[in-house]
Design a protein around this ligand. Structure first.
Ligand code: NDP
Length: 331
């Protein structure tokens, strides 16, 4: 069968642009024993893919000439594997393709998406990898107590917004950091954050002192760079810093040096988060966050593009922070 797919043409220099990718055709053979042919319903665009394109991520590198890897929501068309029945919907490592031939290893790692997940794209967002990142980072690493002041960056994205709302539900005071007034308005309006600082127009250090005069008890860092530096200057004694993301560096910017004096002064604890370490708790997270979502207590939003050929542009927008919510492409 003839399919469409997207190949990385060259390693992006700085922020990715559409010309770093090409849309082309390929043909797939019928599945043999152990394989399944799926159609891709939606692609998940995630910041880690940019690191993989520079061979700097724990996952496999994406080299020029490769079809871009990544997860998507897929529907089984033909199956020669007992785990996947035709018609069923899964999250699987399908890559940036219209259709994919999944091998046995990929099928064994795929996750079923039941009819209770509505819309099913939540399995790529708050009920998927980003949701688990937020849940594990907050529940397992942040050591939160009611009344703590929690600051989270990339506050309107799937990880940041979920962290902030879990913290609010746990009785914390939540301050977001986000790029732009619209993102901040969503964080405070829809997601119920107590405050949100638009670091594009405001002095982050001044605003942090204003909103957290007694210091920041928990900082959930999704970005690294200057934002991490600024928040570390405002840590309360006994603070916990969860290091989750480095998007300020993914496009190639040099790491910003962090003064250890800030950590010593606050007797702070910094812990690195890798979502893969928490994968066995995916179902537990889905039960908890799923209940919050169904009760309307946890809000989410999606930044949706349409059509495989729009994927490079959507990824380029994500990597300069122009997405508003979980970045997805519907096919
Ligand atoms: P988002 O949808 O939040 O998108 C990324 C956001 O990062 C942008 O919208 C932008 O928001 C912000 N940003 C800050 N600085 C920059 C910059 N220099 N360039 C571009 N964007 C910037 O992403 P996710 O919620 O999916 O992920 C959030 C972070 O968590 C990422 O760094 C990701 O890599 C990380 N992560 C880590 C995991 C782990 O296991 N450790 C697992 C999953 C995700 P704004 O405009 O508001 O600043």
């Amino acid at each position: 069968m003839n399919i469409e797919q997207i190949t990385l043409v060259r390693t992006p220099q700085g922020a990715p642009i559409e010309d770093d990718f090409s849309v082309g055709g390929a043909s797939l053979s019928a599945p043999i024993k152990g394989q399944a042919l799926v159609r891709v319903l939606a692609l998940s665009l995630d910041p880690y893919l940019r690191s993989a394109m520079s061979s700097r991520h724990l996952s496999a590198a994406i080299a020029p000439g490769d079809v871009v890897s990544g997860e998507g929501l897929v529907q089984v068309l033909v199956s020669q594997h007992p785990r996947m029945a035709p018609g069923t919907i899964w999250v699987a490592a399908c890559g940036w393709r219209s259709h994919a031939l999944l091998d046995a290893t990929t099928i064994e790692q795929a996750r079923p998406v039941g009819p209770e997940v509505q819309p099913p794209t939540l399995a790529l967002g708050v009920l998927g990898m980003p949701g688990l990142t937020a849940w594990a980072g907050f529940k397992k690493l942040a050591d939160a107590r009611p009344g703590d002041t929690l600051v989270v960056s990339a506050a309107s994205g799937p990880v940041g917004a979920t962290v902030g709302q879990l913290a609010r539900l746990a009785g914390c005071r939540v301050i977001g950091i986000a790029g732009g007034s619209e993102k901040c308005a969503w964080a405070t309006g829809e997601a119920g954050f107590d405050a949100c600082i638009d670091y594009h127009v405001h002095d982050l250090r001044v605003e942090l002192r204003r909103h957290a005069p007694s210091g920041v008890d928990i900082y959930f860092d999704n970005v690294g760079g200057n934002v991490l530096m600024a928040v570390c200057e405002q840590l309360a004694v006994g603070a916990r810093v969860v290091l989750c993301g480095l998007i300020a560096q993914y496009n190639g910017s040099a790491p910003v040096p962090l003064n250890p004096a800030l950590i010593i002064r606050a007797r702070a604890t910094m812990r690195g988060l890798v979502v893969y370490d928490h994968w066995t708790q995916l179902a537990e997270m889905q039960v908890e966050i799923g209940a919050y979502v169904r009760a309307g207590q946890l809000r989410w939003r999606e930044d949706i593009s349409h059509g495989l050929s729009e994927t490079p542009a959507a990824f380029a927008r994500l990597m300069v922070g122009r997405n508003k919510g979980k970045a997805l492409v519907l096919l």
